[in-house]
Ligand binder design. Structure first.
Ligand code: PLP
Length: 378
């Protein structure tokens, strides 16, 4: 279908036949009526396929002119893709920052075969070096969670092509509306749909999006046989949320940029991390994210961990919670997660929701000053 991705998104998987439901239904069946040779049956058992997943997949695919496979969570999608890419003796080249769960999962898989190495993906010589030795894939993330570092997708795609390895991009923080990895040379876009893509903090799901039919068939085989399938109800909710993604992330990006600028001038803030403020990568960020830099930003509170924790607790508007991309603004001191190795003790990760920017700024100001005398000794 032609047109802007937001137009394709809304019209994907909708029927114009007389009598067709204008909102896609939820199909919850685990078994389907079927007799005889299974090769001739569309659906037989619920682990193989489901019409509600396919609605979500059609919409995800429409956003990137590609095909999509939905999974039970971002991690289930990551696991299936890692297993599909793994070949004996070959390495997955991961980023040294970015979502810690990916590195954790890759480390757990090492004893079973798939090898990995983590290098800084802004250091292109280091990436080239890591790709020199039998790479199975270059697996990157941009902007990274939680430091919002921007990687140059076209350069990384060039290095991956030289090494004859596919480039995988974890596109969770940006979403397909703000950044199109496949159009910049990536073979796969990977998502935690739990975050902004579904956008309402009411489900966990993940997705693998690609134009490589052979790779998708291998990923699908891991989903069918490994069982990391989405629930139909979650898939239905995710499709409902996805349709307003273009509106939500552009508004959240505008607010996040204004908030990031405000925090950068605040005396109680030592450092702000946001792609729109990072001089060294600003040109790359503007090129690959022309419609906004996303809902997520991080900042260091001046002082110690207790002071940062006190700031988080002093907010009246921003909910203390993990995850990101929902309609409600949330924040957390990131280092409270034991496996989070790249966040300093004072790093607060803030997810901008759909509240008015003036209200968020007023709340941030009162939280940053209200807590200044109240930092606890712990
Ligand atoms: C949350 C997240 C994941 C994992 O997704 P789940 O849905 O929690 O399993 C993967 N990558 C990134 C960048 C994330 O933020």
């Amino acid at each position: 279908m032609a047109g802007d991705p937001s137009t394709r998104l809304v019209h994907a998987a909708r029927s114009r036949e007389t009598g067709a439901p204008s909102a896609p239904p939820i199909v919850t069946a685990s078994v389907y009526v079927s007799a005889g040779d299974l090769g001739e049956v569309g659906y037989a058992y619920g682990r193989d396929g489901n019409a509600t997943w396919e609605t979500l997949e059609a919409a995800l695919g429409a956003l990137e002119d590609a095909s999509a496979l939905a999974f039970a969570s971002g991690q289930a999608a990551t696991l299936a893709l890692l297993l599909a890419l793994a070949e004996e003796g070959r390495r997955i080249v991961l980023p040294s920052d970015g979502y810690y769960g990916t590195r954790k999962l890759a480390a757990m898989l090492e004893t079973l075969g798939p090898r990995h190495v983590a290098v800084d993906h802004q250091d292109l010589d280091a990436v080239r070096g890591a790709l020199a030795e039998r790479p199975a894939a270059l697996w990157t993330e941009t902007p990274t969670n939680p430091l919002l570092r921007v990687m140059d997708l076209e350069r990384l795609a060039g290095l991956a092509a030289e090494a004859e390895a596919p480039l995988v991009v974890d596109n969770t923080t940006a979403t397909a509306v703000l950044q199109q990895p496949l159009a910049r040379g990536a073979a796969v876009s990977l998502y935690s749909l739990t975050k902004a893509s579904s956008g309402h903090a009411d489900l966990l799901l993940g997705a693998v999006v690609s134009r490589d039919a052979g790779l998708l068939a291998r990923v699908r085989a891991w989903r069918t046989n490994g069982g990391g399938i989405p629930g139909p109800f979650e898939a239905w909710l995710a499709h409902r949320g996805l349709q307003t993604l273009p509106l939500r992330v552009t508004r959240q990006s505008e607010t996040a940029l204004a908030v990031a600028r405000h925090l950068a001038g605040h005396p109680a803030v030592a450092r702000v991390y946001y792609p729109g403020l990072e001089e060294a990568t600003l040109e790359t960020a503007r090129k690959q994210m022309p419609h906004g830099f996303g809902p997520l930003l991080s900042f260091e509170v001046a002082g110690d961990a207790a002071r940062a924790q006190a700031v988080v607790e002093a907010s009246r508007l921003i909910a203390p919670a993990t995850s990101f991309g929902g309609v409600e603004s949330t924040w957390e001191r990131r280092a409270r997660w034991a496996s989070e190795t790249v966040a300093s003790p004072t790093l607060v990760r803030l997810s901008i929701g759909l509240e008015a920017v003036e209200d968020l700024v007023a709340d941030l100001d009162q939280a940053l000053s209200a807590s200044s005398g109240s930092a606890r000794a712990s």
